[in-house]
Structures are given as C-alpha cells and as structure tokens.
Design a protein around this ligand. Structure first.
Ligand code: G3I
Length: 335
C-alpha cells in the first residue's frame, strides 16, 4: 500500500478562548459518559464549551438500555438527554443493533426466525419511540461487515438472515420517521473490500426505498494508517452515492504498534498533521452531506484504547490533565 504523507503544517498556539464548535460549518461532537459528565468538572466544561453534538459512548447500547427482555433502563440515558437539551447539543444515538455489548437474554434468546425478527423490532422500536424527537440520528446497525467484505457472523445474521440489516432500518424509521439513520463501521477507509461491500450494500438498500441516510466512518486511525488518499477516496465514494458522512468515532493513535513510548513533540505533531488530512478530505465532500465529526472521548484519560489494547496511547484532542494538544490546535486551524 502506498502511504501518502500529509502535508506538514505549522501549528500555531490556539489557546485563544474560542470554542471549537463555533468555528465549524457542521457539528463537532464527542462520545460522552454521564458519570464523567456528572462528577468531573473539567470533563463537563470541555463537553459543554467545545462540542455541540454528543454520542453516548456506552449507555445507549443494548446491554445497558435493554438489560432484560421485558425491562428497559432509561435513567442514565434520560439524564444525558436532559444534559443535551439544557446545553443545546445534538444527540446522536449509538447503537441499536451490534454484535457486542448485547445483554445475556438476547444472546440466548430461543425462537423461530419470525420470533427473532419480532424481538429485534420490539427492541428497536421501544428505544426509538422513547427517544423520538430527542435523538437526531441513530447508528442503526454497527459493524456488520468483515474486512473481506462478507457479513459478520452475529446472532442477527444467524437467526434472521442477511435481511436483518434492511429490517432494522425499516423498524427504526417506522418508530421515528424524522431521525437520520446510519450504518456505522471501522476501517472503511483502509480496507477497500470492506468499504466497497458496505457502500454497495447500503446503496442497494437506498435504491429500494429503505430509509438509510448516512454512513458513519468510525476513524479509529493512527498517525501512519490509513493514507490520505484512502480517506479521500472513501469519503468521496460514500458521498457520491448521496449519503451523509459522519466521521463518527475519531481517535488518532500515536502508538499503533504497542511500544513503550512517550508523547513526544514529533509524534504529537504527526497526530496534528493527520487531523489536518482528515479535514482536507472531509471538506471535499458537499457541505450538505457533512453530518459532522465525533471524537471518541473527551481526553486521553478517557480513551478506550489503552484498556482495550493494553498499551499507552494519546489519541484524543485533550491530554490527561484536560489541556489542549497540538491536534486540537490543528483542528481549530483547519475548520
Ligand atoms: O459497565 C462495566 C462496569 O460495571 C465494570 O465495573 C467495568 C469493569 O471493567 O466494566 C464496565 O464495562 C465496560 C464498558 O466499556 C463501560 O465502561 C467494559 O468493560 C468495556 O469493555 C467497555 O468498552 C467499550 C467498548 O466499546 C466495548 O466494546 C468502550 O468504553 C467504548 O469506547 C467502545 O466503543 C466502541 C463503539 O461502541 C463501536 N466502535 C468501536 C468502539 C471502540 O471499541
């Protein structure tokens, strides 16, 4: 694979008090956790001052929202809704159908094909109806494809068949016809077979009248992968088919090879340049297809990466002390 180096820009100091989201033509979001919003004042201040869109990092996932077949747990999610309303933040729902973070009862659900479909319908429609008018968009189906372009083996595929994806979108649309509905996945830029499969599949759904409005590119990327060309091609390919593009889970690893590293100036500068490349590509798609950016966490201290991969990393806009990093300034400069 050819790597195209992103152009190096001079990053200027940017601690000028301007809030990020006021500089952009599209929403700038962050994945948030209600516990941290309630108890960590720096976290809360950044979420309020810098971002105007919120994605719940975990609490809207099936495991937490629908813990028992006949029981939904709305309390924390409703608190986040209130927070968004109070501070005028767009709320993006994540996620209705996924293979991970599903409750035990769902994993062991025993039923015919029709019963599985009915169970999925009740799950989706109860949630969409509860948040109707409060959530702007939904990640309806998350991570349904493998890297080779085949469909991932999940309980949904196994028990309903490939039509589960189309049905999930139909059910969500029936319950909230104003919500923008997204398919969301990772490695869409870097894995071309996966990207082609997703774009073809979703375009076919759209052509057949299914309400699918956008594609979320998660952008869990690093300072060396994918290339600028791959990001540009992916965003263009998706927008050419008329979809909204959500850069839905941005973090830029500076330690993709799990070494024992420090966040040196050189690495942080590379991270900042990668951010510039992402925005260069994003700004090439039509403005009315830019659903916005979402960073996958407020600051490095809250990233999922160190825990998940057991390595040090510094992938977000703010450091562990909640101070802005060069990548934050690069973003500001490029908006
Ligand atoms: O809620 C329990 C808590 O009760 C327990 O004490 C604690 C002990 O480890 O675990 C808590 O659950 C954790 C959960 O996050 C909530 O904090 C899980 O262990 C942990 O695995 C889980 O990780 C989340 C991960 O999804 C799960 O797959 C990350 O925070 C979240 O950032 C990550 O987000 C995903 C997106 O939804 C989809 N795309 C990929 C992205 C990164 O994996």
């Amino acid at each position: 694979m050819t790597l195209i180096a992103c152009s190096k820009i001079e990053i200027e100091p940017c601690d000028d008090g301007t809030n990020l989201y006021t500089l952009a033509d599209y929403p700038i979001g962050v994945a948030a956790d209600p516990g941290a919003l309630n108890f960590i004042s720096e976290y809360r201040d950044i979420a309020i001052e810098q971002f105007n869109s919120i994605t719940p990092e975990n609490i809207f996932k099936p495991e937490l929202l629908h813990p028992q077949e006949d029981q939904f747990a709305w309390e924390q999610a409703d608190q986040l809704v209130e927070f968004c309303q109070e501070h005028q933040k767009r709320l993006h729902g994540h996620t209705l159908i996924w293979h991970s973070q599903i409750p035990g009862w769902m994993q062991t659900f025993a039923g015919s094909n029709e019963e599985w479909e009915e169970m999925m319908k009740v799950h989706i429609q109860t949630i969409c109806a509860h948040f109707k008018g409060k959530v702007s968009g939904w990640d309806v189906v998350n991570e349904a494809f493998n890297e080779d372009g085949s469909l991932r083996q999940t309980i949904w595929l196994e028990n309903i068949g490939p039509s589960y994806i189309e049905k999930a979108f139909q059910f969500a649309h029936e319950a909230d016809s104003n919500a923008l509905l997204f398919y969301n996945d990772y490695n869409i830029a870097g894995e071309e077979r996966k990207r082609n499969a997703i774009v073809n599949f979703m375009t076919d759904l759209k052509m057949r009248g299914v309400a699918i409005h956008g594609i979320g590119m998660q952008l869990h990327i690093s300072i060396s992968y994918p290339s600028e060309r791959q990001m540009e091609d992916a965003m263009r390919q998706i927008s050419d088919q008329g979809f909204l593009v959500h850069l839905s889970e941005i973090d830029i690893s500076i330690n993709p090879n799990s070494r024992d590293i420090e966040p040196t100036e050189r690495r942080l500068q590379k991270q900042a340049n990668t951010m510039v490349c992402v925005l260069d590509s994003y700004h090439q798609i039509p403005i009315d297809q830019q659903y916005g950016l979402t960073f996958w966490g407020v600051g490095d201290g809250h990233s999922w990466i160190p825990g998940h991969f057991n390595r040090v990393d510094y992938p977000l806009l703010f450091d562990e002390a909640y101070d802005p990093k060069p990548v934050y300034c690069a973003l500001k400069q490029s908006l």
